[in-house]
Design a protein around this ligand. Structure first.
Ligand code: G4F
Length: 327
């Protein structure tokens, strides 16, 4: 029997890679998408445009329980990947209420609908985040490290993580959370620092931009390659037992390191173009995140293959080649 999967956030970086992975594995793939996205496919579907004929799109609002309930009831999926969220940490400082309510409620609605429909076969995945560790209590961070979120986004993810565990423990649901460290790719949104740097480096090289404006360049992150992370999500749902897993590379680099390598690839020195801007600093920063992915490695043999240098190179070359074609 063909397996059915629902992905929320299918138009995003992770959703698009996950859709491809599941299509290649023979799944019937369903995506829940806002009506505005359906009305503006050129703008919103660029990551999934090559697979649109293989994806079943459903118009739905993550803030609306009945909308989610109806779609889940219609599809009765084997697997449910809840990736949709307001995922830009910076924005969560300016837009506390909608980040908190939409990130928490959407997770609650999905879990509650699966429970109310008594879909015992449906396995649920929640996209947790290393932002939950925030002001870290130990390094590297593993599944037992206490959470200490430093943003409304991080707080919303801790609540989503707790909801997922609660439904697992209270109702025996197969509900797992991946605690994913930063993962990037050629499909990353332009507001995140890695894409901002790769795109700016390419623009500067081609004479289309003068400077690169950044905030805290000493922040360190554990950056991996996104397609490998969606495979980790899938692996979690193939196990008999639901559980939570840290997913990362186990190595950390600074924003400065990223900029240095990115500009070097195009034979430039980032220091010549860098402008530090106060307004790009966050009111409370997460200084360093570094994962201990030994649990997922031991359980599923999962580990990253694309190195940090290779990741930066892929992103920069992709932006440079695409821009060059346009000018
Ligand atoms: O690229 P970022 O915006 O990613 P951040 O905040 O680490 O969050 C990402 O990873 C999380 C997993 O840990 C996800 F849950 C989340 O959804 C998202 O995908 O910022 C990375 C670092 C920060 O320390 C930030 O202060 O870069 C620093 N930074 C410095 N200048 C900047 C900038 N970040 C952005 N976005 N833009 C800047 O100009």
């Amino acid at each position: 029997m063909t397996k059915k999967a629902i992905i929320t956030g299918i138009t995003g970086q992770d959703g698009s890679f996950l859709a491809e992975l599941l299509i290649n594995k023979g799944y019937e793939v369903h995506g829940i998408v806002r009506r505005v996205a359906i009305e503006d496919p050129n703008q919103r579907y660029w990551r999934i445009k090559n697979n649109l004929n293989k994806i079943n799109i459903h118009a739905g609002t993550m803030e609306n329980y009945s909308s989610i309930f109806k779609i889940i009831n219609k599809i009765k999926p084997d697997e449910f990947y809840h990736l949709a969220a307001q995922s830009f940490v910076s924005d969560s400082f300016n837009d506390e209420y909608s980040t908190l309510s939409s990130n928490i409620n959407s997770t609650h609605y999905c879990l509650s609908a699966i429970k109310e429909l008594d879909l015992k076969k449906t396995k649920f995945y929640f996209a947790g985040s290393s932002e939950m560790f925030g002001k870290v209590h130990e390094s590297p961070q593993n599944e037992s490290t206490p959470f200490h979120p430093r943003s409304i986004y991080g707080i919303s993810k801790v609540a989503g993580f707790d909801l997922t565990r609660y439904y697992r423990e209270a109702y025996g649901m197969h509900a797992s959370s991946g605690i994913l460290f930063n993962h990037e790719s050629e499909r990353r949104g332009y507001e995140f620092v890695t894409r901002k740097i790769s795109y700016s480096a390419a623009m500067i090289k081609l004479g289309l931009q003068k400077n690169l404006e950044l905030g805290n360049i000493d922040a360190k992150r554990d950056w991996g390659y996104a397609p490998e992370y969606v495979n980790a999500m899938w692996l979690m749902l193939q196990d008999k037992k639901a559980d939570d897993y840290v997913v990362g590379t186990g190595k950390a680099y600074s924003v400065r390191d990223f900029a240095n390598i990115a500009f070097k690839i195009l034979n430039m020195d980032y220091k010549k173009y860098l402008k530090i801007k106060k307004h790009l600093y966050r009111p409370s920063e997460v200084e360093t995140l570094i994962s201990d992915p030994s649990k997922i490695k031991k359980k599923f043999g999962w580990k990253t293959k694309v190195s940090f240098d290779k990741l930066v190179e892929r992103m920069v070359i992709n932006d440079y080649d695409a821009l060059k074609k346009r000018v």
